[in-house]
Write a protein that binds this ligand. Structure first.
Ligand SMILES: *Cc1c(COP(=O)(O)O)cnc(C)c1O
Length: 350
């Protein structure tokens, strides 16, 4: 049982911090917290829950909306009239930003690494339909997006616009604050249901979401463990990025807190051949969760995190935990990109 005084204190912290975070709410919250009964039966006696951020009811959903709700409030306060951001063509973040821009009556420019792809599908199809201006860096290096965003920003300023640039993947301190609110939301949901999770499982890309969880857990002084799986960068690099983002976000709340890479451990080993390339393990995880729970995971983020989690379960990493919450961060549109060959594991396992 959580002692009452502690929970009163936490509710006070939630109220105090929430007031400091500008946010324009775009969806219905809280997102459902659902017990995965059938999947749990196939896995032994752990108690697994899904936090369904895939069901965020705006712009095809996903965790990126949480960050963008704070970013939008900030952009409005700066009187911005267009948003610029970037990533790869199947980016959920870019698709979500394009939807937010439409809602806000703002323009949107999407900067993608590489060249224009042969097929217009998945997130890319949605982003184009939403009328975002599309630019390609011509360079396959993901980092090329960063300077290109600034180039577009300068061009738009020159033309008299008031652009608001959102870093690649949405990884910025403002966005992190949106994910702090997700921690508050889950805490309140758990409190209402008398559920005390031991561990949170999360997919990590550019790190903003994880940074929000770190900061949120520290603000509430919760002992929930994080088990996080990187789907793009190597663990050391991403841990540092997560720590830096959490430190910056704390500073926005006027907290002189420093997070170190060691505070943000990340599991590697489940990226497969690379970011955005489906792995046979992810395909297996997607089939398992789909066929037991009717829940669709995505091949870029949650499928790989689930593959990591299942591997951890088999290797006793989760033996000390009773109640596990897997954060389903969304990303389904990428499931519909390409011809789906990767779902045939046998084909890839050779
Ligand atoms: C972006 C994303 C993540 C990871 O979030 P980061 O803040 O980039 O680490 C996880 N899942 C999905 C579906 C995403 O789109």
């Amino acid at each position: 049982m959580i002692p009452e005084s502690e929970s009163f204190h936490r509710i006070a912290v939630i109220e105090h911090i929430t007031r400091q975070i500008p946010r324009h709410i775009l969806a219905h919250y809280p997102t459902p917290l659902m017990r995965a009964k059938r999947l749990t039966e196939t896995l032994g006696d752990t108690e697994l829950w899904f936090k369904r951020d895939d069901l965020i009811s705006f712009g095809l959903g996903g965790n990126k909306i949480r960050g963008l709700e704070v970013i939008l409030a900030d952009a409005w306060s700066q009187n911005a009239d267009c948003l610029i951001t970037g990533a790869g063509v199947q980016s959920n973040h870019v698709r979500a930003t394009a939807a937010v821009a439409v809602y806000a009556g703002m323009g949107c420019t999407a900067v993608y690494w590489g060249k224009s792809p042969a097929t217009v599908d998945g997130n890319y199809r949605v982003t184009k339909m939403l009328n975002a201006g599309i630019r390609f860096t011509g360079d396959n290096d993901r980092v090329s997006v960063d300077s290109y965003i600034h180039r577009v920003e300068a061009e738009l300023c020159e033309l008299g616009y008031r652009p608001y640039a959102i870093p690649r993947g949405g990884a910025c301190a403002m966005g992190v604050l949106g994910h702090v609110l997700a921690v508050f939301e889950l805490y309140q949901q758990c409190f209402a249901q008398g559920l005390e999770p031991d561990v949170i499982v999360l997919a990590v890309g550019s790190g903003g979401t994880y940074a929000g969880w770190l900061l949120g857990l520290r603000l509430l002084n919760l002992s929930w463990k994080m088990q996080c799986y990187t789907v793009s960068r190597e663990p050391e690099q991403v841990s540092q990025q997560v720590a830096d983002l959490a430190t910056e976000a704390a500073a926005l709340l006027k907290l002189d807190w420093t997070f170190k890479a060691a505070d943000a451990p990340v599991h590697g080993g489940f990226i497969g051949q690379g970011y955005g390339i489906p792995s046979p393990e992810a395909a297996e995880a997607i089939r398992l969760v789909g066929r037991t729970e009717g829940i669709l995971l995505d091949p870029v983020y949650t499928g790989k995190a689930m593959a990591g989690f299942l591997h951890g379960l088999r290797n006793k990493l989760y033996d000390d935990y009773q109640r596990i919450v897997f954060v389903h961060t969304g990303g389904e549109p990428a499931f519909f990109a390409g011809n789906g060959d990767w779902l045939n594991t046998d084909l890839l396992a050779v």
